[in-house]
Design a protein. Sequence first.
Length: 331
Amino acid sequence: MGRMIGKAPCEGRIDVLTSVVFGCSRAQAARAVAEGRVFVNETCVKKTSLWVQADATIAMNVPDIRESPLAKEDIPIQILYQDEDLAVVVKPSGMVVHPAAGHESGTLVNALLFALEDLSGIGGMKRPGIVHRLDKDTSGLLLVAKNDSAHLALSRQLKERQMDKFYLAVVQGHMKEEAGVITAPIARSCRDRKKMAVEPEGREALTEWALLENMKGCALLDVKIHTGRTHQIRVHMRHIQHPLLGDALYGVKSGLQAPRLMLHAYAIAFAHPRTGERMSLIAPPPEAFTLPFCKWRENRSSSLRYPDILQLKGHDHESMMDNTLSNQDRM
């Protein structure tokens, strides 16, 4: 078990100060407090709302993942990139990111423990290496930290909005505008605790979207999120009356039906935590995603308009998508 120590720069809540002092997300800090891994002046604290005075000594214990009780499971996962500090993996739709009630095995974390030798312990025993999450039914790119310093650096980029995350989404109905920005705040729903919702008292949430193509009863969008609220894209698209197809929680039963949630995290850009080099990685959507919307295209003979990021230097991802789509367009 490692330990990080710092000084409170000002007075405030322990979860907020822990996040500030160690550079982790507030959610990670709150989880560390709840797990009894945070100390103020050598006293263990377990209330995230505890008020701490300026200059107090704050310590956070970081578990050694080699002692993790979680099972290492030989589950095939695609590792798009890895080095001594991080890995970028492609999560399939239907896979839970980390163990939780009802999902103690078969998760991405179980697969990572088998596939990678080192993982950061900042997120706790049940979330080793996990810098950010994707919903169970969302596919695509996910960043994994192999050591604590990399984890803190990547979390800081997320917190300071220096990391770019892009998604492909298929939504219900036609979009009347070419692009838009949604700024509605998001919080836990007062009516259904399983859901998130747009609420006046919610946390700031910013989603930017651009229309790629209107299709038969639906539209293909390029989406960039500037904040990372739970279910953000799904809630925001529902808010503007264009819910994602295949969304069992926020979607509608009428209209087009999809075999899966039509949301894929196709690109991520960030600064390498050790070198500072800007990195951009892309994962074209799987066939399970492209096959349905190719059938919905109104003009299959025309070329599909791709997001600008697919033209990134050094990546021939447009041709990769073309190869994926070519046979399906003829159906």
